[in-house]
Design a protein around this ligand. Sequence first.
Ligand code: HEC
Length: 398
Amino acid sequence: MSAALPLALDPYLRDWLDLLLRVLHVIAAIAWIGTSFYFVLLDQSLRPVEKAEDAADGVAGELWEVHGGGFYRVQKYRVAPPRLPDHLAWFKWEAYATWLSGFGLLIVLYYLEASATLIDPRVADLEPWQAAASSIALLAAAWVAYDVLCRLLARSDWALGVAVLALTAVAAWASSELFAPRAAWLQVGAMLGTIMAANVFFVIIPAHRELIRAKEAGREPDPAAGIRGKQRSVHNNYLTLPVLLTMLAGHFAFLVTRDRAWLILVALMVLAASVRLFYNLRHGGRTIWAIPVAAAVAVVALAVALDEDEPSSGAPDPALAARGATVFASAGCGGCHTLAAADASGNVGPSLDALRPSASRVQGVVTAGKGAMPSFGAKLTGDEIAAVAAYVSSVAGR
Ligand code: HEC
C-alpha cells in the first residue's frame, strides 16, 4: 500500500464526523462514568436492611437517598430476588456507545490520517496501514492480556492491581515506541477504554444474563457469575479517571513531547486511580485524607521535577537559530503568527512577540500541534524543529 490509505476523507466530511463522533463520545462517556460512580457509591454505602422480611427475601443491604425532590430506598439482593420483576433496567449502551464512537474517532482522525497524526518518522517509520494495524492489534492484545491476568490472579486483588499497572506501563512504553507523541497517549487511553467496554460486553452483561437464565429455569443462580461481574465492574470504576485523564492530557504538548513521556503518563494514571480509591473507601465509611494529600503533593513534585528537566535556557546556538529563520519562512509560521524579526504579521495564532515562548515550548507545540495549530511533527525533521524553536525563542519580543 502507498503513502496514503485509499479511503482518505474529504476534509469537510472529516470535520463533521469529528464533531459528531466527539460529541457522542463525550456524552456517552459522561453517562457511563456517572453510572459507574453511582453504582459503586451505592454498593459501598449499603446499610443493613431494616425489615426482617426483606432480609428473609435475600436483600443484602439498602440505602436511603434523597434527590430530585423525593426519597428513594434502594435495595440490593445477595444474588437474585425470589421472583424476577417484569421490568428490569440494564446498563450497557452507555459503554458500547462510548467505545464505538471512540473507535470511530480513531478511524477518522488517526487511521485515515495516519501520516499526519499517528506516525512520527522519528519514532517509527511505519506505513499508514502498519500504524493502523498496530494500533488495532494493541487494542485487542490489551484486552486478551488483561483478561488472562484477571483469571490467573482472581484470588488476590493486590497482585492483580500490580499486574494491571505493569500491563499499563508496557502499553504506554510500546505506544511511545510506535506512534507520534500525542497519538501514543490516546492509544493507551483507547487500550484501557477497550478493556472497560470489553468487561461490560464479555463478562458483566453475560453474568447478568446467566443470573436471569438460572432464575427462569428455576435453578438457584450461581453467585460466582455475579461476583465475577462485580469484580470487573470495580476495575472499570478504577479505570475511569486514568482513561479520562489520558484522553485530556494527550492534548497538552508540554507533557506528551517530553523524553520518557510514557513514564509521566503512568505516574498521572496512578494518581488519578488513587482519587477513586479515596472516594470508594470514603463511601464505605473510611475517609483517608492522606490519599488526596499525597496525590496533590505528588502532582506538585512532578511539576517541579519536570521543570528542572527542561534544557537550561542559556543563549541558543546562533548557527541553529540562523537555520531556524529559514524553517520559519518555509514552514509558513508567519502566515499565522506575528514575529517582527521575521517581518511576519499573521494573526490566526497568538503573536510570538507578545508570547515570548521558551525554545522548549515552541518545540512542543510545533511537534505535536495545539488547538487550531497543525502539528509539524511529520513535516519537519527533529533538527528543523529544534532550529525554529531556537530562532523563535531568541528573536521573539525583541
Ligand atoms: C495554520 C496556522 C498556524 C501555523 C501555520 C502555525 N501556527 Fe502556531 N499557532 C496557531 C494557533 C491557532 C495557535 C494557538 C493554539 C492554541 O492555544 O490553541 C498557535 C500557537 C503557537 C504557539 C504557542 C503555543 C503555546 O504554548 O501556547 C507557538 C509557540 C507557535 N504557535 C509557534 C509556531 C511556529 C514556530 C510555527 C511554524 C513552524 C507555527 N506556529 C505555525 C496557528 C498556527
